[in-house]
Write a protein that binds this ligand. Sequence first.
Ligand SMILES: Nc1ncnc2c1ncn2[C@@H]1O[C@H](COP(=O)(O)OP(=O)(O)O)[C@@H](O)[C@H]1O
Ligand SMILES: [Mg+2]
Length: 226
Amino acid sequence: MIIFDKVSKVYKNGTQALDNVSFEIKKGEFVSIVGQSGYGKSTILKLMIGEEKPTEGRVFVSGYDVSDLTEKELHQLRKEIGMIFQDFRLLPKKTVYENVAFTLEVSGATNKEIEEDVPQVLNLVGLLHKADKFPNSLSGGEKQRVAIARALVDRPSILIADEPTGSLDSLNTWDVIRLLLKINELGATVILATHNREVINMLNKRVITLDRGKIIRDEQKGRYIL
Ligand SMILES: Nc1ncnc2c1ncn2[C@@H]1O[C@H](COP(=O)(O)OP(=O)(O)O)[C@@H](O)[C@H]1O
Ligand SMILES: [Mg+2]
């Protein structure tokens, strides 16, 4: 479902972020991408969603050659991918419900679909009772669960999480990780970039380890060793 074939990325300023990176991720896998800050985790995720293009090599996601997409194809690819970030990126002037509904409005859903799907996904993340609250009244963990609901409501086949627990305490971290595992069990491919050692060692899932833009380990049931 996702293929990186000998991918290198050199940014315009000359920084080499990735050096000859190859891996495959199958449908339904839960894969963590680990490595210290600046080692290329976010660059890998940006290549997956077509936000950046490889300097060398090719990236395939859900059958699309991401290095060579028309605007229309890019739009279709993005519909297959939900993304969450360390800083949540919620809309502060919209309620929890409206934040999630907004994704569906943008993708042209009908009112009926919105009225059905938003409560369902808020229920999945355990926040139906906070539907009318604004983001600034929520804890960090709750904000991230809203962001997850928003990423999921369009039923993407892939969920990409870039340091989703980076600004959470350990209790909220586990809430978010448990939710990512549940989403994976429901069928989505989950890709988690993190440098949280504790999280990786508890997950017992596949780990791809980066060191300065190169893959140094790719293990099933991997641990965080750096
Ligand atoms: N847009 C950019 N322009 C120039 N250099 C960048 C850009 N984005 C990231 N980099 C550099 O590429 C390297 C990898 O960055 P990144 O993929 O963000 O790493 P990580 O997510 O592991 O912290 C770093 O040296 C970073 O400074
Ligand atoms: Mg990063």
